[in-house]
Design a protein around this ligand. Structure first.
Ligand code: BGC
Length: 733
């Protein structure tokens, strides 16, 4: 094999070269057909043998470095990872991935640090926007297809992350997740397993946190027993940036590559810490200064000279060193990195914007629609558009996945990374203009909502008030609660009290609280909707296209109902401090809707929820056996007077088979129907949905017995059900 031949020719120091990364913030990357301004991290190659530099970019929402601030740094801003999951459309996820892959390639990268596949265990997680929701099947399928899209571009490798159970941002470097292994396999690891099987990514990124006492980067169970042996993963395991804590221990546990080391990361994190207040920033600065003085910074490259010494001392066998490098080179060979042709730098941004547009359209969830508030008529006389920056754009998430959208930031931010981090990225697609152009006879007015009285004045004079509210979110910091900042709840309440009709459009990273829901006529959830989000939202508001998004995550009624009502860490208390702390995931695999169902708790908007402008009738449920799978068939009829797209969901309830009560999404189908039209949804339910993970036997064990099959339009809107018997069986990992 080519990779084996290359490895055989490498000296020890050449092998080591492939195992250590740098950030281009501090170290100049080797020159190449590449724009270092956009660079995030890199790993040196072995030029002598034609093994190229690995040039990494983040990318869950597009290629990017928003602080690059040059037109060449601009990239198509895709809807967020959670928004893509809200489409429940794997084909579209794959198209979105291909947009990312093509743009990364055109900019000179060959490693894309996406897709993110962690489950949302807590709606306060600062990175909800990046993640694909709370169900492992939906998450794994959507991200798997996204990854497949990224890697459909020759010369590009994708990285699934953050492996694993990195469910909180606050104190992410100090947290030790405590969970029983079987539950981990049935939840977060199942999502990873599916994403790997479907997308076949070249790499997996080990997360910052520890799991059951061992950091992910040195967790033998996770990296070797599960990833490598059980799942037969052929790619390489890299670390998150600055996530490595040891040399021999990490290498022997199965980590193949250290991304940019901790010292680099500490400095990069300094900026983020500054945002959280002076104390963490000071701590970090002090820590960097100390490491600098003691020479610790060099030692922090655990896979640099330290690894050479560990091999020398026999602590890490030479064979393991070769294996680490071989895994990387093998992926490079497989994905065409070793013979990448000259890069074509032109990108068809219009075509890419069109994909982002479709994704946004399908992601928008109609949460509430009283009577026929929506769709709006085109012959309105007056509309008030209210909300921060709603005249110019819509927000996006911040942190490593942030992108400088095509057309640049819609708002002026002052100079430098810090100013940008504070102000955020606003995608230059104007809600105001997109609404105004659809109501040609109307007087359309705008208020940014800072002055609530002005907003009330406009709302009183208008037939319809459309209020754009937003929830900022960023990596490195969890939300303290789900309420909207900047007095926006009061804004909505006061507008709703005076306007004849109020519609709220939410741009958010994840679930939010809507204490004003009863006072408004309609609510749309647009997530971070990307390059053409405002246009997609306006199309849905005016009924030019049908709403079809479904919630991939529950909106809870109260934080008191969560498995951990009290967040395990506050950002100020933990980031920058070195004391480890435990987070118990006692809910196990009963994440999100499963948790709320098992406790009988009411929710604000359930998993799977999303209204349409028409109505669907469900009937004739039949479940048949196809090998070890089950196939559910349902007839769906559009009984309304508009066309529409229904996402039919199948859930399996495993209680009554000697199992603790557990509800599982078993599959779904999207079906578009004209008024009066009927169609059949055929949904395959994989065998593992009926079983529990048996850690001892290393497989899924299915116990014979009856199972309830529930079919509906959301996890709480069940229209049909039947009982199906399953036999004793096992299913592979
Ligand atoms: C994030 C990763 C990201 C890396 C490089 C880390 O802080 O957790 O997702 O790929 O930084 O930006």
């Amino acid at each position: 094999m080519r990779s084996a031949a290359l490895i055989a020719q490498m000296s020890r120091s050449e092998l080591l070269t492939l195992l250590r990364g740098y950030t281009s913030i501090l170290t100049k990357p080797p020159p190449g057909d590449y724009e270092p301004a956009n660079g995030l991290g890199f790993v040196r190659g072995v030029e002598r043998l034609g093994v190229p530099v690995l040039r990494q970019t983040d990318g869950q929402m597009g290629v990017g470095d928003p602080a690059g601030n040059t037109p060449s740094a601009e990239a198509t801003q895709l809807p967020s990872g959670l928004a893509i999951a809200a489409t429940w459309n794997p084909d579209l996820a794959e198209e979105a991935g291909a947009v990312l892959g093509r743009e990364a390639y055109a900019k000179g990268f060959n490693v894309v640090l996406a897709g993110s596949v962690n489950l949302i265990r807590d709606p306060r997680c600062g990175r909800c926007f990046e993640y694909p929701g709370e169900d492992p099947l939906l998450a794994g399928v959507v991200v798997g297809r996204f990854v497949r899209g990224v890697q459909s571009v020759g010369g590009i490798v994708a990285t699934v992350k953050h492996f694993a159970l990195n469910a909180y941002e606050n104190g992410r470097m100090q947290q030790n997740v405590v969970i029983d292994r079987a539950s981990a396999m049935e939840s977060d690891l199942l999502a990873f397993r599916l994403a790997l099987a479907i997308g076949d990514p070249g790499a997996a990124m080990a997360s910052y946190n520890a799991i059951n006492g061992d950091y992910a980067t040195e967790n033998h169970w996770l990296l070797t027993e599960v990833l490598r042996d059980r799942w037969q993963f052929q790619g390489w395991a890299m670390s998150d940036f600055g996530a490595v804590h040891s040399t021999a221990r990490a290498a022997l546990a199965g980590l193949d590559q250290e991304s940019a080391c901790e010292a680099d990361r500490i400095i990069a994190l300094g900026g983020m810490a500054l945002l959280n207040g002076a104390l963490p920033a000071l701590r970090i600065v002090a820590r960097v200064a100390l490491s600098w003085m003691t020479g610790d910074i060099r030692r922090h490259a655990w896979f640099g000279e330290a690894l050479a010494r560990a091999v020398e001392a026999g602590e890490v066998p030479e064979a393991r060193l070769r294996e680490m490098a071989r895994r990387i080179v093998r992926v490079m060979a497989k994905h065409g990195l070793l013979d990448a042709p000259k890069r074509n730098k032109t990108v068809d941004v219009d075509r890419h914007a069109e994909v982002a547009h479709r994704a946004a359209r399908e992601a928008v969830v109609l949460l509430k629609n009283d009577g026929s508030t929506l769709p709006l008529r085109r012959n309105l006389n007056s509309v008030a558009v209210i909300g921060k920056h709603a005249d110019v754009g819509l927000p996006s998430g911040m942190g490593s996945p942030a992108v400088l959208p095509i057309g640049g930031n819609a708002i002026r931010t002052g100079r430098g990374r810090l100013a940008l981090l504070r102000a955020g990225v606003w995608v230059p697609c104007s809600p105001f203009r997109n609404i105004a152009s659809r109501a040609p006879q109307a007087t359309v007015t705008f208020a940014d909502g800072t002055d609530i009285r002005e907003a009330e004045r406009l709302a009183t004079r208008s037939e319809v008030a459309i209020v754009f509210v937003h929830q900022p979110a960023r990596e490195g910091q969890d939300q303290s609660d789900l309420s909207l900042p900047l007095n926006q709840d009061a804004l909505v309440r006061r507008v709703a009290a005076v306007a004849p009709c109020t519609i709220v459009v939410i741009s958010c990273g994840g679930p939010v609280a809507t204490p004003w829901a009863d006072a408004v006529g309609a609510i749309l959830c647009g997530w971070y909707s990307g390059q053409r989000g405002a246009e997609a939202i306006a199309e849905i508001l005016f009924g030019e296209c049908e709403p079809s998004g479904r919630l991939p995550v529950t909106f809870p009624k109260s934080l008191a109902d969560l498995p951990r009502p009290q967040a395990p860490a506050t950002s100020r208390g933990r980031e920058g401090s070195s004391s480890p702390f435990d987070i118990r995931f006692d809910e196990g695999a009963e994440v999100g809707y499963r948790w709320f169902a098992s406790r009988g708790l009411p929710v604000l908007f359930p998993f799977g929820h999303g209204l349409t402008y028409t109505r669907f009738h469900y009937d004739s449920l039949a479940v048949s056996c196809e090998g070890d799978k089950r196939l559910a068939r349902i007839t769906i009829t559009n009984v309304g007077d508009r066309q529409g797209l229904e996402t039919v969901q199948v859930y399996v309830e495993n209680s009554g088979a000697g199992l603790a009560s557990s509800l599982r999404l078993g599959g779904w189908a999207r079906i578009g129907l004209k008024p009066g039209e009927a169609g059949e949804a055929a949904i395959e339910i994989p065998a593992f949905v009926f079983g529990r993970w048996n850690e001892y036997a290393g497989c899924w064990t299915i116990k014979a017995g009856p199972r309830r099959i529930l079919v509906g339009a959301s996890s709480r809107d069940i229209r049909l059900e039947c009982v199906c018997d399953v036999e004793d069986a096992t299913a592979p990992p």
